[in-house]
Design a protein around this ligand. Structure first.
Ligand code: 2AM
Ligand code: CA
Ligand code: CA
Ligand code: CA
Length: 262
């Protein structure tokens, strides 16, 4: 209905404004001193003060707007959820922290809203690109003010795939074959930026082991454009746990699921 569309458009605009503010701040901070720490004693798993400050700020904004909402966020300011009932927000305050710290580009800030388990709205802010990818199944997908068209269908041999470097190097089942059968593959180091390539039609598939906040926004936006998003078995994602995520055009998705079953 009109009032439901108005609600979604209003929330979309509100979160876009939050992200404009955080993108502006993050662009200043990326060139300054950032406090970097390791997580779980893992030298490759980084967190910074900017991750924590962004998450604290976003979670507070969400709680002020919607006191009954539940929040799933990476750095500990969110809630511990046992189900997807009601309004559930996902926050990844810096996606691609390694890129943020060392490359100073190709990192994102991501937010998503699900209602009773259904994807409603997603936001991926490509900070250095100054682009906000936003929208959902009811209101369509935009990059800033520009409407994004549905994805054309592409077969695996004509697909460029985004792959996870970690999964590829670990030799996880199927990844090497996937890389060989695709037209080409790329590794970018940020789930959010990988999804932004999909939304812009620059790549046709993405396979990676991801946490809920890595995939929540990208899933809303990619599904809205006709991409199929499941785990590698072709089953629905569990948004309360990690998943091995397969995002691809209809034909490429079908080929990959069939190939990995065989
Ligand atoms: P992050 O930067 O928010 O942690 C490449 O590392 C991509 O995978 C990034 O989007 C990163 O998100 C995500 N990722 C998920 N699990 C990870 C892990 N255990 N270590 C590093 N990156 C992880
Ligand atoms: Ca992290
Ligand atoms: Ca992430
Ligand atoms: Ca993160």
């Amino acid at each position: 209905t009109d009032s439901q569309l108005k609600e979604l458009n209003d929330i979309d605009q509100m979160v876009c404004q939050w992200l404009e503010e955080l993108m502006h701040q993050a662009r200043e901070l990326v060139q300054s001193h950032v406090d970097v720490q390791n997580k779980d004693g893992n030298a490759r798993n980084l967190v910074t003060n900017v991750d924590r400050e962004n998450e604290c700020w976003l979670d507070q904004k969400i709680r002020t707007f919607n006191p009954h909402a539940k929040i799933i966020s990476e750095e500990g300011f969110g809630d511990h959820l046992v189900d997807m009932d009601g309004d559930v927000w996902f926050v990844d305050p810096i996606d691609g922290t390694m890129n943020f710290v060392h490359e100073h580009t190709d990192f994102a800030i991501m937010v998503a809203l699900y209602r009773d388990g259904k994807p409603l709205l997603g936001w991926i802010a490509d900070v250095m690109g100054n682009d906000i990818h936003h929208g959902g199944p009811a209101i369509g997908v935009q990059i800033n003010q520009q409407k994004v068209p549905a994805t054309p269908d592409v077969v695996l041999s004509q697909s460029i795939l985004m792959l996870s470097g970690r999964c590829l190097v670990a030799g996880d089942y199927g990844y090497k074959t996937l890389a060989q059968k695709a037209l080409a593959f790329r590794v970018i180091g940020s789930a959010g930026i990988a999804f932004s390539y999909l939304l812009k039609g620059q790549v046709n598939g993405y396979v990676s082991k991801l946490m809920p906040w890595d995939v929540a926004a990208g899933r809303v936006l990619a599904e809205s454009l006709g991409f199929i998003v499941t785990n590698l078995d072709g089953q629905a994602l569990n948004m309360l746990s990690s998943n091995t995520v397969l995002v691809a055009t209809y034909s490429t998705h079908h080929e990959i699921v069939t190939m990995l079953k065989g």
